[in-house]
Design a protein around this ligand. Structure first.
Ligand code: CP
Ligand code: NVA
Length: 326
C-alpha cells in the first residue's frame, strides 16, 4: 500500500470504486481514496475556471435534508449538482413529514424511490447512520453534531493548493475540541499524513474514540496527534491554524458561558506569532469576529477562508461524481 507521501508524487491516481458508497465520515475512506477525491477536485476546479462544462450527473437528483441552517453547504451542493447537469431539491425538515414525526427509516426508504443521492444535515450522528442503513442510495453527511467531512475535504483541498503538499505539515486547531470540525479534522489530517494538534479548555477535548482512532491512523502514516489544553503548545510552528465557533448549532444556550471559558483560546495576532511565519488560517465559517478569532487574523494576509468556502463546491463535486456518477 502506498502511503500519502508516495501518493502525492503520483500524477494520476487510480480511480477507486466509490460508486454507491455513503460519505458519512472521513474515517470510512482510505488515504488513497481521499487523495483521489482531492486530485479530482483540483481538476474539476481548473476545468470550471476554464469554462468547461461536464454533464456527468445529467438526469441525477440530489435530495438535501436540512434540520439546521446553512449558507455554504446548501448553495455549494445545489450549485455543484446544477454544474454537473443534475438537479438538487432542498428539503427543510420543517416542511417534510420528518419534522412531524415520520421515522428516519421510512423517510430514507421513500426518498430512495425518487432521487439518486441524499445529503443530510442533522443533529445526532446516529440519525444519519440510521438514514444510510435504510437508504438504497448514497447518503452524504452535510454536518452532524459529531462530523463535518465535506467541509474538511474542502479544507484539505485549500491547504494542498496553498502549500503544495499535505503530508508532513502541522495543522493546529484551537477552540472547541469536542465538535464536528475537530473530529473530521482529526480524521482527515491523519489520513493524509499531517501532524495535528488540538488545544481546547479542559472538559472540551475531542471525543476519545475518534482521538484514539486518529492516533492509530497517524501511527500508520508517520504523523502525530497532540491533544492539549495549551494553545501556545498546540500552535508552535504550525503551518495551518484552524478554529471554529465556540458554540455550535444546537448549543446556543451555552454561548455566554462558553465566551468566558474559551477567551484564552482566541486566535489572535499574539498567539499566531508562535506559528510558522507563512502559516495559513482556516475557518469553516460562519465566524464570530472578536470571539474565536480577531478580525485582524480572519481578514488579514494569512487568511484563506474564502478560498476554503469556494472549495466546498469543487470538493463536493468530486464526492458526488465518485458516489453517484458512472
Ligand atoms: N461551513 C458550513 O458548513 O457553512 P454553512 O453552515 O453555511 O453550510
Ligand atoms: N461547528 C459549527 C460548524 C458550522 C459549519 C456548527 O456545528 O455550528
Amino acid at each position: 500500500m502506498l502511503n500519502p507521501i508516495e501518493l502525492q508524487e503520483q500524477k494520476d491516481l487510480v480511480k477507486p470504486q466509490l460508486k454507491g458508497k455513503d460519505f458519512l465520515t472521513l474515517a470510512d475512506f482510505h488515504s488513497t481514496e481521499i487523495m483521489y477525491l482531492l486530485d479530482h477536485a483540483l481538476k474539476l476546479k481548473k476545468e470550471h475556471k476554464q469554462g468547461h462544462l461536464h454533464h456527468h450527473l445529467s438526469g441525477k437528483i440530489l435530495g438535501m435534508i436540512f434540520e439546521k441552517s446553512s449558507t455554504r453547504t446548501r448553495i455549494s451542493f445545489e450549485a455543484g449538482m446544477l454544474q454537473l447537469g443534475g438537479h438538487a431539491i432542498f428539503l427543510s425538515s420543517k416542511d417534510i413529514q420528518l419534522g412531524r414525526g415520520e421515522s428516519v427509516a421510512d423517510t430514507a426508504k421513500v426518498l430512495s424511490r425518487y432521487v439518486d443521492g441524499i445529503m443530510v444535515r442533522t443533529f445526532e450522528h446516529q440519525s444519519i447512520e440510521e438514514f444510510a442503513e435504510n437508504a438504497d442510495i448514497p447518503v452524504i453527511n452535510g454536518l452532524t453534531d459529531l462530523h463535518h467531512p465535506a467541509q474538511v475535504l474542502a479544507d484539505l483541498l485549500t491547504i494542498l493548493e496553498h502549500k503544495g503538499t499535505l503530508t508532513g505539515l502541522k495543522l493546529c486547531y484551537i477552540g472547541d475540541g469536542n465538535n464536528n470540525m475537530t473530529h473530521s479534522l482529526l480524521e482527515g489530517a491523519t489520513k493524509v499524513g499531517m501532524d495535528i494538534s488540538v488545544a481546547s479548555p479542559s472538559g472540551y477535548e475531542p471525543n476519545q474514540l475518534i482521538t484514539d482512532h486518529a492516533k492509530f491512523i497517524a501511527n500508520q502514516n508517520r504523523s502525530s496527534v497532540l491533544i492539549t489544553n495549551s494553545p501556545e503548545e498546540a500552535i508552535k510552528d504550525a503551518d495551518v491554524v484552524v478554529t471554529d465557533v465556540w458554540a455550535s448549532m444546537g448549543q446556543e444556550a451555552e454561548q455566554d458561558k462558553r465566551i468566558e471559558l474559551f477567551k484564552p483560546y482566541q486566535v489572535n495576532k499574539e498567539l499566531c506569532q508562535k506559528a510558522k511565519e507563512d502559516f495559513i488560517f482556516l475557518h469553516c465559517l460562519p465566524a464570530h469576529r472578536g470571539e474565536e478569532v480577531t478580525a485582524e487574523i480572519i481578514d488579514g494576509p494569512h487568511s484563506v477562508v474564502f478560498d476554503e468556502a469556494e472549495n466546498r463546491l469543487h470538493a463536493q463535486k468530486a464526492i458526488m461524481l465518485a458516489l453517484m456518477g458512472k
